[in-house]
Design a protein around this ligand. Sequence first.
Ligand code: SAH
Length: 258
Amino acid sequence: MPKRHLGQNFLFDPSILRRIVEVANITNDDTVVEIGPGLGTLTKILAEIAKKVIAIELDYELYERLKQELKGFKNIELIHDDALKYPYEALEPFKVVANIPYYITTPIIFRLLDALKNMKSMTLTIQKEVAQRIAAKPDTKEYGVLSIMVQYYGKPELKFVIPKGAFRPVPKVDSAVIRIEILDKPAVTVDDEKLFFRVVKTSFAQRRKTLANSLKSISNDIKEILIDAGIDPRRRAETLSIEEFARLSDLIKNIVKN
Ligand code: SAH
């Protein structure tokens, strides 16, 4: 019986699985980390192409079952662990491919972004709506903190949609496969990364407010700072590009001595 609380929605369709591996751009030089191998359908296809697959499964029952199922593959390292806790930092360069459990989609993405050092790309099957938020451009309703967090470190591309009916059991919503190529250096250079993300989060905390309003808590002089940054204080967060957020946070850094 699939465990819903572990986000177990399995994929069996070989053509969809192959397409995921194809857009992940895996070669025989690659070490692949697969989060949540489940019944091993994707794992096997990955192992046929990659140099090595490290498959991390939390569910002990599935882990035991996979051990048998994957016995014939010499290049699969099966690990019983929580993907949120796994020490990715210690790995040689790797690519992530995963149909990740819905209940921890964003925590897993943030955990991976935290362990960027040797990560080359992530190809994730996630709820379509989250994929759209990650890839969103300014001036759309999907654009927000998640878009900027991911686009600061990587270049996301929504590759294709998987209708919910392709999963067993069938989930409530459609999924999409998104590939995030990790950039050699962040998309913008900022003086203070923490402040940059704080400015982004505070700006979006109340999406419908003007920036002059939502950023009051950061500085009393926010109106002047915005004008200095060449940003109309009446604009809303969702209209700002990542470059504009960078310019704004650098100016705040210079003026407000935290
Ligand atoms: N990749 C498989 C299964 C996807 S379902 C397929 O496409 O068919 C999600 C899988 O993630 C399940 O096997 C679930 O047990 C596992 N999982 C859930 N939480 C996890 C966690 N914190 N760490 C690792 N695996 C997890």
